[in-house]
Design a protein around this ligand. Structure first.
Ligand code: ZN
Length: 254
């Protein structure tokens, strides 16, 4: 399906005039780097599990080695993925007069690896694990983070402070978003002139509130998505298509 020209022109116009830009990203942008989404079925070793079952504190308490093994396996998968043209195009949207902040639902570090400095991870990040008991970030050696060639369950290392078990520092089902991350994301969104929402499903709460917060604060919201996720507000522009193509085009046009 073609993008309607008026929407593209309005998006370019809004971005040219924009001083504070927030780019809000979801699974769609990482998918173009080959990272499977939560809604995809697991493959290989992990095919017998539902992703939902591997993302809860309850499962961790019952079987920490299973969850730590899964964590190491995913880290290894993510390390093989590379930032794509969409990640790099976001950096090109910045200018001496236009600040760009990134708010992401993704737990990979592809934005950081593309050179973005201002990234808020609403659902945590796979980069640095934390202690299940005292929540302090882990101080682990590279060896402790290597996936054994056989894969499968691995006993989690212990916290040096409290001897608690290490867990991934991501938001599991039923857990709240990190308070600081949500607070700074929503304040940036309230203050922005334009929010570009890239590859977000619009169903994961409370992250899905961010485009609504931007709209009610008077910002223009540009949706870059392969599906129509617009809410039907006058200040919304939908650019249908892949993130890599659409964001590269926007970066070139402004
Ligand atoms: Zn601890």
């Amino acid at each position: 399906m073609m993008n309607s020209q008026p929407n593209l022109e309005r998006a370019v116009e809004a971005l040219r005039a924009c001083l504070e830009l927030v780019v809000f990203t979801g699974a769609g942008i990482s998918a173009e780097s080959g990272i499977a989404t939560y809604r995809d079925k697991l493959t290989g070793l992990w095919a017998q599990y539902q992703p939902e079952a591997l993302e809860t504190a309850k499962t961790f308490k019952e079987n920490p080695a299973l969850i730590w093994g899964w964590y190491l396996w995913r880290r290894a998968q993510f390390a093989r993925a590379e930032p794509n043209a969409a990640h790099f195009a976001i950096n090109r949207l910045a200018s001496p007069t236009r600040k760009v902040a990134i708010v992401t639902q993704n737990i990979d570090d592809l934005h950081e690896r593309s050179g973005s400095l201002d990234v808020i991870h609403l659902h945590g990040s796979l980069t640095t694990p934390k202690c299940f008991a005292c929540h302090r970030p882990a101080d682990l050696t590279a060896e402790q983070l290597v996936t054994p060639p056989t894969g499968g369950p691995v006993e989690p290392p212990r916290c040096k402070r409290c001897n608690g078990k290490m867990r991934p520092a991501i938001v599991w089902y039923g857990e709240d978003l990190p308070h600081g991350a949500w607070k700074s994301a929503s304040s940036k969104v309230k203050a922005c002139d334009v929010l570009i929402s890239v590859g977000t499903s619009g169903v994961v709460m409370p992250a899905a509130e961010l485009p609504k917060i931007a709209l009610s604060s008077g910002a223009t919201v540009i949706h870059v998505n392969t599906q129509d996720v617009a809410l039907g507000e006058p200040n919304e522009l939908l650019l249908l298509g892949r993130a890599t193509e659409t964001l590269s085009m926007l970066a070139n046009l402004i």
